[in-house]
Ligand binder design. Structure first.
Ligand code: GRF
Length: 199
């Protein structure tokens, strides 16, 4: 049975092209009810406002301790009672407070478990791989290590820079993230240990 109307919160730190892909998707099976950011300069906030979506900024640097910031952002997101939290280029690590409370999806610009971390595109290029890609996975406490929902390969081309390669990966990420969120919203993702079954 399709359960429409899931409430989705999206967290961003940067330009928000992945957010934009979700905002433009016709039939996710849910509504983006909130876009949150850890910095007021995140352009994703502008995209959200233009789409008429509520935004909240909880600046990381305004808090003396990581856990205080983490708790403050959690409280603001919880007010919107999301069924799903999507990390769409959100560059901060969140605590167990989050991962034990909501299903969360993250998009990562490499084929995990290769090249985890904040510099995946740079690291893949530096390693000299011929193929990298994009991964959408459920978030667990360990960074970039949760059960994998979708992956797609992207070839590295001669002369690629971090920017040119990342641009091609992002195009793939947009499709994968849209697809993963849609599957989640239609209750079509079943997690069994590390395996994610698409039902
Ligand atoms: C994406 O490649 C995401 O995987 C990475 O940062 C990028 C964010 O892009 N963590 P955007 O802000 O969605 O344009």
């Amino acid at each position: 049975m399709i359960s429409a109307g899931k409430r989705i919160a999206v967290l961003v730190s940067g330009s928000g092209t992945n957010l934009e892909a979700l905002l433009r998707a016709g039939n996710l099976g849910g509504d983006i009810v909130l876009v949150g950011a850890d910095r007021s300069e995140a352009y994703g906030l502008v995209r959200a406002r233009e789409a008429g979506v509520d935004t909240v900024v909880v600046p990381f640097r305004a808090y003396p301790a990581r856990d205080e910031w983490d708790a403050a952002l959690f409280t603001r997101v919880a007010e919107y009672e999301p069924d799903l939290v999507v990390l769409a280029g959100f560059m901060r690590i969140l605590s167990r407070r989050w991962t034990s409370h909501w299903p969360m999806l993250n998009t990562h610009p490499a084929l995990l478990p290769a090249f985890p971390g904040a510099h995946a595109v740079r690291d893949a290029l530096a390693y000299g791989v011929k193929v990298t890609g994009a991964t959408v996975h459920f978030v667990i406490e360990e960074v970039d290590a949760g059960p994998i929902v979708l992956q797609e390969a992207v070839g590295v081309e001669p002369g690629d820079t971090v920017d040119t390669l990342h641009a091609r990966i992002k195009v793939v990420e947009h499709g994968l993230l849209r697809q993963a969120v849609t599957l989640f919203c239609h209750d079509r993702l079943a997690v069994n240990g590390r395996q994610v079954m698409i039902t």
